[in-house]
Design a protein around this ligand. Sequence first.
Ligand code: G3H
Length: 478
Amino acid sequence: EGDVFKYYSEGEWKKSASGKSVAIINPTTRKTQYKVQACTQEEVNKVMEVAKAAQKSWSKTPLWKRAELLHKAAAILKEHKAPIAECLVKEIAKPAKDAVTEVVRSGDLVSYTAEEGVRILGEGKFLVSDSFPGNERTKYCLTSKIPLGVILAIPPFNYPVNLAVSKIAPALIAGNSLVLKPPTQGAVACLHMVHCFHLAGFPKGLISCVTGKGSEIGDFLTMHPGVHCISFTGGDTGVAISKKAGMIPLQMELGGKDACIVLEDADLDLAAGSIVKGGFSYSGQRCTAVKVVLVMESVADTLVEKVNAKVAKLTVGPPEDDCDITPVVSESSANFIEGLVMDAKQKNATFCQQYKREGNLIWPLLLDNVRPDMRIAWEEPFGPVLPVIRINSVEEGIHHCNASNFGLQGCVFTKDINKAILISDAMETGTVQINSAPARGPDHFPFQGIKDSGIGSQGITNSINMMTKVKTTVINLP
Ligand code: G3H
C-alpha cells in the first residue's frame, strides 16, 4: 500500500501500525481518489505525549521567533497553493479558483495571526490594590497571558485548510502545541498544509496530524486527558463532543440556518446578487450560506424573478472546470438534500427550476412559497437548494429567524439604516450583516454563533485569547 499518505508525528511522516487505511472518495467521480492512514489509539497517545513535551520548550521560545516561523509557514503555504488546491478539487469538489483562494486566504490568516499575536501577547496589565475598598496601595498585580498546553483542532470538510490554520496559527503563536485531526474528505489537503509547517522548521512534535476513522480515534482524541482545549468546526458531532469533553475550554462552530430578510425598500438587485452568492457559492456547503430567504410579499415576485435570472446563469459541472455548482461532498449528503426537496414537493412548494440530480451533482434550485411545515424551512441542506418564505411583516421574519435552533448569522436588506439596526438587535444570531450576505471574513472579525451554532467566539484575535489563560503575579509591598 505504497499509495497511502502518511500521518505526521514527532516531526516525521509515518505509516500506522494498524496496517489499515481510510479511503477518500472523489465527490465527482465517486471513486477512491486517495488513501490515508487509519491511526490507532496508541499512536494518538504517542502524539499527545510528544505534544506535551514540545509545548514546554515552545512556550519559552521568544514570541518574535514564534511569529517568524509562522510568517515562514505562511509564505511556504502560498508557494504550495497549486498542489494543495488540486487536493481540494479532488477531495471536496471545490471549484478550482475557490480552492486556490482558500489556500491564499489561509496564508494571509497565518501571517495576520503572527502579527496580532505579537501585539496582544506582547503586553499585559498592571493593577494597584487601592482602588478596591479597604486596601492601601500595597499590592501590585502584573497580568500576562500564558498558553493552555495542547490544543486539539478538528476542522470540517468544507474548508479543510483554512479552518485548520484558523486553529493552528492562534494555538502556536500563543505558545501551545497542536494536534490536528483532519476531516476524511480534505485529509490530504490538510497533510499537505502540515507539510508546509514542517518545511518552515517548527520543533519536532509541536504539530502533529493524525488521520483515521472517527469511530476508532474520534472520542479517544476528544476525551483524551492530554488535551487542554478543543477547537472544532463541523456539524452535530460538536454537540456530542461538548457533552463528553472534560473541563477544558471549547471553541465550537456548528452550522446554521442563516436567514436573509428582505424589506420593501431594499435594493432588490443587490439583495438578489447577495442571495445567489450567499446561497449557492460552493454549492451551499458553507455554514454561513444564506439558508432561508424571508421576503416581504409586496416585493417577493420581483425578487424571486431577479434571483431566478441569476440562478439560470450559474454553471453546473465538475470543479476542475471551475463551475459554480459542483457535486456535493458525498452520496449521503446528496440523498439528504434530495429528501428535503421531496418533502417540499409533497407539501406543494413552488419549484422555480426543475429538480435535477446526477450522482452527487445537484442543479441549483430555488423553492418559493415554502411554509413552516416543510422540513426545508428549518433544516440545513448544505447543498444548492434555497427556500423562500413570503412574509407580511418584519416581525414575522424575525420570529422565523429566532424560532430556529441555530443562530450563526443573518442578514437584512433595507435602505433604512435605523430599521436595520433594530432588526439586527432583534435577531438572535452571532452576527447580522446589513445589506450583504453572511460571511465569516475578513478573518480578524469576531465570528460566533449562539444556540446550537456554537460555543465561544472565533476570529483571529478572539482565537488567540481563548487559547491562553490569564496568569497574575502579585507583588506585596511591606
Ligand atoms: O463553513 C463555515 C465557514 O466558517 C464559513 O466561512 O463565510 O468564509 O464561507 P465563509
